[in-house]
Design a protein around this ligand. Structure first.
Ligand SMILES: Nc1ncnc2c1ncn2[C@@H]1O[C@H](COP(=O)(O)OP(=O)(O)OP(=O)(O)O)[C@@H](O)[C@H]1O
Ligand SMILES: [Mg+2]
Length: 225
């Protein structure tokens, strides 16, 4: 479970202060498929980055499975991210000189597995996301949707408990976006992975089982279907 309690975050640049989060309370159960919507600047990415231990909060608390992650030091956060979290970004963030296979296997590098297991897990997840036969292509030889599939495989290959996805369909046409969304829904059901999205995409909002809307750094509505 993720417990977010009265979280605030203010960015300061020069003498300008931006209150990105003004006291967010949100509880997310394991295995949820949840979408965070809201206008540009409402705090979606900030919230994802705080859940993902990429950014720090100013006040409040966040506990993941009872662990007060906001209190961890830099190394502990890095370890926690590695063991528990997977990230999917709008721009895929693949390494251009590596093949699809290598981009995914790279995520397992720090886990100290045997070569055989790395190969087995990487091939299995690439096939699950529909990329069988494309393992040896570099990102520039793949379509946007295929690149996003590699990014999903890379996030899933570690078998993380939680996947955080910041606008995962933003660079895809609506048909490909729908395919990617369906794929993530299947992965959520199959692996029990918690998925948390931010999105502007109506289709993603309608597809999610729970839709949280942010407005000006506060939760405006929270609807479960
Ligand atoms: N590093 C930063 N420094 C200063 N201000 C920032 C920083 N990151 C975000 N902000 C500000 O904090 C507010 C929330 O930003 P955030 O990126 O969380 O919004 P968002 O809902 O993800 O928007 P978008 O839909 O455009 O991605 C915005 O006003 C933004 O300008
Ligand atoms: Mg954003």
């Amino acid at each position: 479970m993720i417990a977010i309690e009265k979280v605030t975050k203010t960015y300061v640049s020069g003498d300008v202060e931006v209150k990105a989060l003004r006291g967010v309370d949100l509880t997310i159960q394991n295995g949820e498929f949840l979408s965070i919507a809201g206008p540009s600047g409402s705090g979606k990415t900030t919230l994802l980055n705080i859940i993902g231990c990429i950014d720090t909060l100013d006040s409040g608390r966040i506990l993941i499975d009872g662990k007060p992650v906001f209190n961890l030091d830099k190394d502990e956060k890095a370890l926690f991210r590695r063991e528990t979290l997977g990230f999917i970004f709008q721009s895929y963030n693949l390494i251009p000189v590596l093949t699809a296979y290598e981009n995914v296997a790279f995520a397992l590098n720090l886990l100290d597995l045997e070569d055989g297991e790395v190969r087995e897990r990487t091939m299995a997840i690439l096939s699950e996301v529909g990329l069988e036969g494309m393992e040896n292509r570099r990102p520039n030889k793949l379509s946007g949707g295929q690149q996003q599939r590699v990014a999903i495989a890379r996030a899933l290959v570690k078998n993380p408990k939680i996947i955080l996805a910041d606008e995962p369909t933003a660079n895809l046409d609506s048909h490909t976006g729908e395919e990617i969304l369906t794929l993530m829904g299947e992965m959520n059901e199959k692996h029990g992975t918690t998925f948390i999205f931010s999105t502007h995409d109506k289709m993603v909002m309608e597809y999610a089982k729970r839709l949280v809307s942010l407005h000006d750094g506060l939760i405006q509505s929270d609807v479960t279907r």
